[in-house]
Design a protein. Structure first.
Length: 274
């Protein structure tokens, strides 16, 4: 099944636009697990178990695993998600981008080693760096477009003098992603919840692409304006929240607290659907 079909099903089945981000930081783990990197899997699996009926996707961020030499725990977590939530797509947040021969290895890492349903990529190096990922025709390929951080302005808001209409870089990328780059129909875009006007602009240019929208919760993006700007009948959104869910409590009740925040966030997003 393709990533976009999987995403549509999970969004409908769980009636949710929420993606729980898995950014495990051992220093923030509860009680006896605090500071213990060998508990990364246990912590994330507990969050998955507590939220799997509330989400349209999960998004593990690979850096939080690699930084602790915990890639084996990420493999175990990917297998766990497939076992307990087979209908929920998993987006590996890796933000890879390199020349084709290296990109082939990154694609193998994401789709063969970790068995992700989709991966995030940096499109900075151009189309040939995306193609090895598109060779996995059912898999989602989600390109950074208008990121949630303030420094996104440095490049993404610049105008391209040589392109007709002099679009901003993020607008040009959205256009390429909707049209000539989208050979598989499985491309999506990352747009930050911190910039709702740009979510609306991306949605105009890319009416059917799924938008992965980080930035609600800890980064302060607004759920209602995110949904109003990004969600249409033709184009779905995947609204990520990581820290606000994962670290809702530092106590033994961390999983229940995560569930409560996930329910509240899902409901806020749904209320804005209109
Ligand atoms: O533009 C971007 C792209 C990716 N991210 C990632 O999303 C989560 C956000 O975490 P919160 O704790 O909900 O702020 C994190 O994994 C980032 O690497 C992003 O924030 N912005």
């Amino acid at each position: 099944m393709t990533f976009t079909t999987q995403l549509a099903r999970a969004t409908q089945q769980n009636h949710s636009l929420l993606c729980v981000g898995l950014d495990p930081e051992p220093s923030k783990f509860p009680g006896a697990w605090a500071g213990d990197a060998s508990k990364i899997y246990d912590f994330c699996a507990a969050i998955v178990d507590a939220t799997k009926d509330l989400v349209c996707a999960f998004k593990p961020q690979i850096a939080y695993f690699a930084a602790h030499r915990a890639e084996d725990q990420l493999e175990q977590l990917m297998a766990h998600m497939k076992a307990v939530a087979p209908d929920v797509p998993v987006i590996l947040d890796a933000k890879r981008g390199d020349i084709g021969s290296t990109a082939e290895q990154y694609a193998r890492e994401a789709f063969v080693r970790y068995r992700a349903d989709a991966v995030t990529l940096s499109p900075f190096m151009g189309r040939d760096t995306i193609e090895p990922f598109l060779a996995y025709a059912d898999k989602g390929v989600i390109l950074l477009c208008r990121t949630s951080n303030p420094g996104g302005n440095d490049w993404q808001m610049q105008r391209l003098a040589d392109v007709p209409g002099q679009p901003r870089l993020f607008e040009h990328l959205a256009h390429l992603a909707q049209t000539e780059w989208n050979s598989t129909g499985q491309i999506g875009l990352v747009v930050g919840a911190t910039f709702p006007a740009e979510i609306a602009r991306v949605r105009e240019i890319a009416p059917t692409l799924p938008l992965l929208i980080p930035g609600v919760g800890a980064q302060g993006g607004d759920a209602e304006s995110t949904v109003k700007a990004g969600l249409t009948a033709a184009g779905t959104i995947v609204v990520n929240s990581s820290r606000a869910v994962l670290y809702a409590s530092k106590g033994e009740d961390f999983a229940e607290a995560a569930r409560r925040v996930a329910i509240a966030t899902r409901d806020q997003l749904n209320a804005a659907r209109g």
